[in-house]
Every structure is written in C-alpha cells, then in structure tokens.
Design a protein around this ligand. Structure first.
Ligand code: SF4
Length: 560
C-alpha cells in the first residue's frame, strides 16, 4: 500500500467531505465556503442538514466554535472561580476536564496515556498533581488510564497544564473524541506476543493529536491493539480492534504478521467488534485507522446521540459498504483472508495481569499488582513510582484496573514484592478479586444508580470469606448503561439499578451471568433484575456454590 495520498485521492477526499454546496448558510454563524476551508466537521454537519436531519445540541455547540478553540473560556471560568454550566461542560471535556456535579461539586480530569505506559517521573508528577490540586488519589480506569478527581473550580486548567509539563496532554479524553488507545500491557516484554505494539500506539496517538479533522467525530470512539500476548485487552469491545495474527501461506496475501481488523465493538449496546475479514499490514495500521475514522466522521449520525456510535452506522449500511467506503478513501483494496488463513494464536491466561511473570528478556520479570478497584492514594502512587525508578523502569496500566512493574531483575523480585507490601499492595489475589472491576459509581459519576466500587469491595469480601474458586472469574460492576466497566463481558456482570424496598428506593443491580471476551466471547444474559446491593453477596455466593457442587471435572464457571 502507498505511504501517502496521491493528488487524485486528495481530490476524492475533498469531495467526499465537502458533500454539498456550502453557500446555503446552513450552519449558525456559518462562513461562506470560500472564506472558510471546508473541514470534516463542517462538511458532515452540512450533509446531515441537507438530508433533512436536525443536529443535536452538542453538534450546534461544535458548529458555533470548535471546542478545541475554546480553551480560553475554561481559563476565564477558572479565573472567576466558577464551574461550567450545561453545554460549557461538553466543551471542557475536549480538554480533559469533566464537571461531575451533582455526584461531586468538582472537576475530574481524565488523562491520556497511550498503551497505559508511564515512566516513574511521570507517575510521580501525577501523584503530586493529585495531592496538590485534586482529592489526593488517582484511579486506574478500564481504558488503562488514570483519572484525577476532586479538582476545584479554579484549578482545572492548571491540572491540564501541569500534566502537559509531564508530556501528558488530556485533549479529547471526553465528549465526542477518540479515547485513550489501549494495548497489550506486556508489549515488548512478552515471550508469547506476535507484535510489540508500542511503536504503532505511539504513532497513532500522535497522528490523532495532530490531526484536527479527527476531532470532528459525532460520538466517542475507542481503539485497541492486541499484540497477541499474555494479558487480555478486551479489544473486541472497541470501535476498532487491531489484533495481531499470523497469516499462513496460500491465501492470496504474503504470509506473515498482520493486524486482523474488527469494527464496531460496543458491549454496552451488546455488540462485539464484528469480523471484517480484513488483515492490515503492520505498517498500514495508522492509515487504515485514519480512513475508518474519516468514513465514520462523514457518515455517523449527528441527529441522535443514542445512535451515533460506529455500531449504528455499520447496522445502517452493513459491513461491506463500510469497507468499500474505507477502501475508496485509501485508494486501494484492503487485503482479506478467510478465518482458516490465520494461525492459531496464544490464548491469554485469565487474570494474567496478576502476579510475577518472566519477561522475554532473560533475567527480567514483570510484576502484576492488584489495586483496590483502581484507586491508590497519591502517597501510594509516589511509592510505586519510587520502586519503578529504583528497580524496574516502567509502570504499565491495564484495562483490569491494575498495573504491572516491568523490567525487574530476577534477584530483586522479592524486594519489589516487599516494597509493594509496605504500600499496602499485593501481587496476589483470589480468583474472585483478580478480575474484579468497577466503574466510578455514584460516588463520583452522576449517571450511576449505585456505589459500584463500594459494593464491589463488599461483594468480594463476602465471597472470599465463603468460597474458593478453582479457576479465575471476572466480576464487572457498572453504574449505568454506558457500561464503562463492561458488565456484559463479566462471568458475573452487574448493572446499577434502583430497587424498590417498601416505600424506599435502594441501590442495587441487574444481575447478568455468562459473559466473556477473547476465547470466551459472549454477551452475558440477564438472570435476575433489580437485586438490592445488600442481597448480592448471598445471591452470587449461592450461584457460585451451585457451580462448585454441580460442575464436571475441569469445568470453568464460564462453561457451566
Ligand atoms: Fe458513570 Fe455510567 Fe460510566 Fe459508571 S458506567 S462511570 S455510572 S457513566
């Protein structure tokens, strides 16, 4: 495939996005087309309106003035000591700042950490910011990222600037943007991996950050790379899933390593990324991602927020048309192979993100550390940074809300484990706690029906006191249908719900079972709606207890 667009392709792209004649003053404050160069956002909005669609209010905000051009408004509000109102908050999210009232009268700042990899000095800096300008803690998210919470009205832009000093710009981590790119946390250190994804993640991250058209999406967008290693990445829950595969000889493309391209994952809407049959040459991943994004930008729904994700464009068009449009933009057909062309890959071990493991570099180990549902104090993060600086080298966040310390010399593993223990952290977890994830919940998110992190901890305490599971299981608690904690892919998935108890409404969950990802890929099924939070323990213990009694030899809970 070619490295850059030809003149002819550029003309095609221009026509593709321009869509219609812009002279009709279709947009509020629209400038004449010949005075303002058409960009992807303007063209897509015009096309929507030309087709008779009414833009949602968020699109009108973007049309007035692009949110990236409104940083000064954030600074002005901070100088006045006030938080944003209504759609001002939507604008702030383009810069990584979320006003999270009424759950908390403060900002949350969501960082952007491509591939989840941090150096010790960056982590130390984040801990300092969390302590000086936030609530004194930082939380690992389910996108291998960090969030700093409880930031005052006057300090939002200062947090963003301080992160910038660390080389971490949280631009586009909220609103209608491409979120933190996730990837195998063991990239480059994993003997089992097919591809070290660090370079492509870095390249795509910078491509996104430096391509203004890619801040023109109709809705948020997730991208993940799985290098084929030992830790699950849940890449099939992303809008674009790149999964490293080896293509065998005899299938019309040169044998070797590629990324299998799957599209439209959004498990909160009960859909995994669908198989396209496309295999992307490793060097073309950024260009293909760019083309997919541009087709989505041009044709995604801007009239209904609930139908604006990529999945719905694929539903509307069908996969073949989407691939054809992507190929037209690229100016070349994408290589496709049948499933039998792919060599059998390595299946990651469930809970492979926990514990001490040998790296592919002789004599070095990575250490998977369990966090209490992602939250560590600034002092703990500073301690982790000190250990990494002294002994290992890097901190790698995972989508399982924990982290790995990589590059630990074998002889110093006990020292690392002991130093972590002094911080109150462990490299061991029960088969229940190792895959326990929870979204922010109503302690910090206005959408949540329940206090997910608190209830997750209570549930794990209850189960660990009564059961020993023979195999790892994953338990996901999510506060609302946005499903940040992916409840549909948990062996046990809990979706926040209000539950009637007499005259009262209490916090609780809809209980799902049987979900999974990777080789266990399946959407969990609802078996009991509206379970009060204090009835979860006995109910889930009963379920798992039944499994323990009735299971066949070697049978996992997922197979049960
Ligand atoms: Fe908030 Fe819902 Fe996401 Fe939980 S799943 S953090 S409640 S938006």
């Amino acid at each position: 495939m070619q490295d850059s667009f030809t003149e002819e392709q550029q003309q095609y792209v221009k026509g593709f996005f321009a869509g219609i004649d812009a002279r009709g003053a279709l947009l509020p404050n629209a400038e004449p087309a010949d005075a303002a160069p058409p960009d992807a956002l303007r063209a897509a909005q015009k096309a929507t309106m030309a087709a008779g669609g009414k833009l949602v209010p968020q699109e009108e905000v973007k049309a007035e003035k692009h949110p990236l051009d409104r940083w000064d408004e954030l600074v002005g509000r901070a100088d006045a000591g006030r938080f944003p109102k209504a759609l001002e908050d939507f604008v702030g999210r383009y810069h990584g700042l979320f006003y999270v009232a009424p759950a908390q009268d403060s900002f949350m700042c969501r960082l952007r950490i491509p591939g989840g990899i941090l150096s010790p000095w960056q982590l130390r800096g984040i801990a300092d910011i969390a302590e000086e300008l936030g609530g004194g803690h930082a939380d690992v998210t389910t996108r291998a990222n960090l969030q700093i919470r409880e930031i005052g009205a006057a300090h939002g832009p200062e947090v963003v600037m301080r992160l910038g000093d660390l080389g971490l710009l949280p631009r586009g981590t909220g609103a209608d943007n491409i979120r933190n790119i996730t990837a195998s946390p063991t990239a480059g250190i994993d003997a089992a991996e097919l591809v070290d994804t660090r370079a492509v993640v870095r390249k795509l991250h910078h491509h996104i950050m430096n391509t203004r058209d890619l801040f023109a999406l109709p809705r948020k967008f997730n991208i993940a790379f799985n290098g084929g290693g030992a830790v699950e990445v849940l890449e099939e829950t992303n809008d674009i899933s790149f999964h490293a595969v080896r293509v065998l000889d005899g299938f019309g493309v040169p044998a070797g390593l590629y990324y299998r391209l799957n599209l439209g994952g959004i498990t909160g809407h009960q859909d995994f990324a669908r198989e396209t049959g496309v295999v992307v040459p490793l060097e073309d991943a950024v260009r293909v991602a760019d083309a997919v994004l541009r087709v989505f930008i041009a044709h995604g729904d801007r009239t209904d927020r609930k139908k604006a994700r990529l999945k719905y464009l694929l539903d509307r068009w069908g996969l073949p048309k989407f691939i054809t449009e992507t190929e037209a933009l690229l100016g070349a057909a994408l290589p496709k192979v049948p499933a039998e062309a792919l060599a059998q890959g390595v299946h990651p071990a469930k809970h492979g993100h926990v514990g001490v493991h040998a790296q592919k570099q002789a004599g070095l180990f990575y250490v998977g550390v369990v966090t209490p549902l992602g939250r560590l104090s600034a002092a703990q993060w500073r301690g982790v940074a000190d250990i990494a600086g002294r002994i290992s080298g890097e901190i790698r966040l995972t989508v399982w809300q924990n982290f790995l310390l990589s590059g630990v010399p074998e002889a110093r593993v006990p020292e690392v484990v002991a130093a972590l223990a002094e911080l109150g952290l462990s490299t061991k977890a029960s088969h229940i706690r190792g895959g326990l994830v929870a979204c922010t919940g109503n302690a910090g998110c206005k959408f949540a029906a329940s206090n997910t992190k608190k209830h997750a901890a209570e549930l794990a305490d209850y189960l660990d006191a009564r059961l020993v599971m023979p195999h790892p299981i994953n338990i996901h608690l999510t506060g609302c249908h946005n499903s940040c904690a992916q409840h549909y892919v948990g062996d046990i998935g809990l979706l926040g719900a209000k539950v009637e108890r007499g005259e009262e409404l209490v916090e609780g969950y809809d209980l799902h079972v049987g979900g999974g990802a990777g080789v266990e890929q399946k959407i969990g099924r609802l078996i009991r709606p509206k379970v009060a939070h204090d009835e979860l323990g006995p109910l889930v213990a009963g379920l798992l207890g039944t499994f323990l009694v009735q299971r066949r030899e070697g049978e996992s809970f997922h197979q049960f």
